[in-house]
Design a protein around this ligand. Sequence first.
Ligand code: ADP
Ligand code: MG
Length: 243
Amino acid sequence: MNIVTAKGLTKDYGPLRAVDNIDFEIFKGECFGFLGPNGAGKTSVMRIIHCLMPPTSGDVAVFGMSVIEKPSQIKSKIGVMPQDDNLDPDLSVFENLIVYARYFDIPRKDSSQLAWELLEFLGLKDKADVKIRSLSGGMKRRLLLSRALINNPELLVLDEPTTGLDPHSRLIVWEKLDYLKSKNTTLILTTHYMEEAEKLCDRVAIMDSGKIIAIDSPLRLMGMHGGSLEDVYLKLTGRPLES
Ligand SMILES: Nc1ncnc2c1ncn2[C@@H]1O[C@H](COP(=O)(O)OP(=O)(O)O)[C@@H](O)[C@H]1O
Ligand SMILES: [Mg+2]
């Protein structure tokens, strides 16, 4: 069953075509990765999927609903971890989760319990009362992931979940994403780390200049083109994928 179906998806920013007429399907329970260098269009695709902005043309169906027609219904069912930290710096770790829970109309007594569970899940319980500004980068990413889980989403959209993380925090995030996958949560992530794509993703779409140049499982892509995913990218584009 498809959780996401994109057809002819295009996004222009003025004269710049950031996403260029792409089609893809994402199936229930899989981890699907968009892999590509900076500027490839990954974040634009993510933002359209989680209804932060509409496509210029084409459409995406999420849970069978068009992102153009049913953005609020879609948003209520997905969890989003944005590329940039948009936590409220004036609030504590715990309060950030509680405030976010209000968007989903989660009653206060439930959100409080949920927040504790999620802080426990991401190893942040002892940071509950700490202000955001005193968290490390790794802790902020983990908090963004716990926040994304507050509405118990069937689909998680993760934009560069581990970029800039120290190896310890990266391992924690990988482990939690693996666990969520084992619970049948569908994961969509972007990354420019080959290792992350190989380790987590059932299938990857390799993006370059707004286009998808290959979609398949990492193993099949590497088998077809020889070498690592990095070599696959080099072979398809003639350029190395810097990370
Ligand atoms: N809000 C915006 N306004 C203008 N250009 C943008 C905007 N967001 C992204 N872009 C441009 O669109 C292209 C794709 O960006 P993005 O989707 O962020 O790619 P990625 O996440 O793969 O780095 C880049 O050239 C970027 O500079
Ligand atoms: Mg991006």
